[in-house]
Design a protein around this ligand. Structure first.
Ligand SMILES: C[C@](O)(CO)[C@H](O)COP(=O)(O)OP(=O)(O)OC[C@H]1O[C@@H](n2ccc(N)nc2=O)[C@H](O)[C@@H]1O
Ligand SMILES: Nc1ncnc2c1ncn2[C@@H]1O[C@H](COP(=O)(O)OP(=O)(O)OP(=O)(O)O)[C@@H](O)[C@H]1O
Length: 269
């Protein structure tokens, strides 16, 4: 069985308060985009994991795909060992939630393949144990998120009338470090309200709290954002804790921007 975990972008990200458990309450809008990994699971087999494409940092044993299998195995002893192959295409440490998507798709794949009969709510609860971003990928539809990012309300927002540009300059931002740079604060205008304004107004209304510290550490990211606005973007932002930058342009109006050849650039037109 093969599935194609996709990435997400954050439209707005307000870090509201630090919690007793060390995490932060936040509000954000998750929007899914069709830049994908490929995840194949074969059985029967020995429990095995290998990956191709972009190298994943860390030990294979810590890969979120394996963690998803172990999480379900603890509650479903009959779950057989599987042979997992991940082809990594979504940039890593980019704020695109690629690892979280792999984990959530793995849970769903195992649920379907082995008929575990888990409900959506149960899958969301398992996903939230694997990462704050993971729960979103179970339903994988545009949502206003609160809590750690796992409390999701569906949001009617469709950007199909625009073209979206993703630029990843290859900088890996550690999410835990990024949260540590923030002084949390509740904004005067909730993202729940500001996201309802026309996209043309977002530039002045919708912010990502991670931009200030991450731009300070990596000034090139601010330049990418300015370059997007100079090229006609209606809205430009960093996604999550970075370093992927997002530009939303009038339909079919992305072409002609020149980027460093080392950057990875995705156009969703
Ligand atoms: C920045 C975002 O991508 C925005 O969508 C997410 O909040 C990050 O979600 P994620 O990568 O799934 O993060 P996790 O793997 O759960 O946590 C990584 C680290 O980020 C910090 N963290 C994460 C989420 C959160 N709401 N508060 C936090 O303080 C914690 O230090 C945690 O140890
Ligand atoms: N399948 C996986 N794909 C990518 N990273 C993984 C995976 N499994 C574990 N990881 C670990 O997670 C770290 C970052 O993952 P990910 O790509 O989801 O971060 P991100 O792009 O910053 O996303 P987020 O928005 O969730 O912070 C990597 O450094 C890696 O060590």
């Amino acid at each position: 069985m093969i599935v194609f975990p996709n990435c997400k972008i954050n439209l707005g990200l307000n870090i509201l308060q630090r919690r007793a458990d060390g995490f932060h309450d936040l509000e954000t809008v998750f929007y899914p985009l069709p830049v994908t990994d490929a995840l194949e699971v074969l059985s029967p087999g020995q429990l095995q994991f290998n990956s191709t494409g972009i190298p994943v940092p860390g030990n294979a044993a810590d890969n979120l795909c394996l963690k998803a299998w172990h999480l379900l195995k603890a509650d479903f002893p009959e779950l057989p060992p599987v042979n997992i192959h991940l082809h990594k295409h979504i940039p890593i440490g980019a704020g695109l939630g690629g690892g979280s998507a792999d984990a959530a798709f793995m849970l769903q794949l195992l649920n379907n393949k082995f008929r575990l009969e888990l409900s959506t709510a149960q899958l969301i609860a398992y996903a939230a144990q694997l990462g704050s971003d993971c729960a979103f990928f179970i339903q994988n539809r545009t949502a206003y998120a609160t809590g750690r990012g796992e409390i999701l309300e569906p949001l009617e927002l469709n950007l199909a009338a625009y073209s979206i540009l993703l630029v990843h300059p290859g900088i890996h931002v550690n999410t835990g470090w990024a949260f540590g740079q923030i002084t949390p604060r509740v904004p005067a205008l909730s993202l729940r309200d500001s996201i309802q304004h026309p996209l043309e107004a977002w530039k002045d209304l919708i912010h990502n709290d991670f931009e200030a510290p991450v731009f300070q550490a990596h000034p090139i990211l601010k330049q990418i954002k300015e370059k997007m606005y100079n090229a006609g973007a209606l809205y430009a932002t960093m996604s999550g804790s970075g370093s992927a930058m997002v530009g939303i342009f009038p339909k079919n109006n992305i072409a002609g921007i020149l980027w460093d050849t080392g950057y990875r650039v995705f156009e969703i037109i």
